[in-house]
Design a protein around this ligand. Structure first.
Ligand code: GTP
Ligand code: MG
Length: 136
């Protein structure tokens, strides 16, 4: 079965949306939360995590935001969970995200879009190695 790395970003924790978002994941039949922790993410881990975006204009503000307070990091396990959590999250830009998706229902601006979910098996493996090495 597949595993994916999920981050409920600092805006989700600060706005009290952890239960709401985790509830949506938990209620999906066949998905299991394999690991979950409240953690303020360190710069070094974030630099690895968002390495693909280094040099982009939004990179520094994104790093500041992601380090600004506690996040919830989790490993979710289940059938087709990688595409499944991406679908549940919705498109990156909350304005473009449909109602019913996490970003569509609660998102505000593109940087503060509440949730991260791995976008492929390769990303999931790479990201679990950063945040939950025991799953890699
Ligand atoms: P993640 O799950 O966080 O990786 O989101 P994603 O895969 O939907 O988007 P992507 O990997 O392209 O971008 C990573 C994060 O950078 C996004 O979730 C946003 O928080 C932020 N971001 C991406 N594009 C933009 C942008 O054009 N402007 C700003 N301000 N932030 C952006
Ligand atoms: Mg991404």
């Amino acid at each position: 079965t597949q595993r994916t790395l999920v981050i409920l970003k600092p805006d989700a924790v600060a706005r009290g949306l952890v239960g709401e978002i985790i509830g949506r994941i938990e209620r999906k039949a066949g998905w299991t939360i394999a690991a979950m922790e409240l953690r303020t993410l360190e710069r070094a881990a974030l630099e690895q995590h968002y390495a693909e975006h280094e040099g982009r204009p939004f990179y520094q503000p994104l790093m500041e935001f992601m380090a600004s307070g506690p996040s919830v990091v989790a490993v979710v396990e289940g059938e087709r969970v990688i595409e499944g959590v991406r679908a549940l999250a919705g498109p990156t830009d909350p304005i473009a995200a449909p109602a019913g998706s996490v970003r569509g229902d609660f998102g505000t601006i593109v940087r503060e879009n509440l949730i991260h979910a791995s976008d492929s098996e390769e990303s999931a493996a790479r990201e679990m190695k950063i945040f939950f090495p025991r799953f890699s």
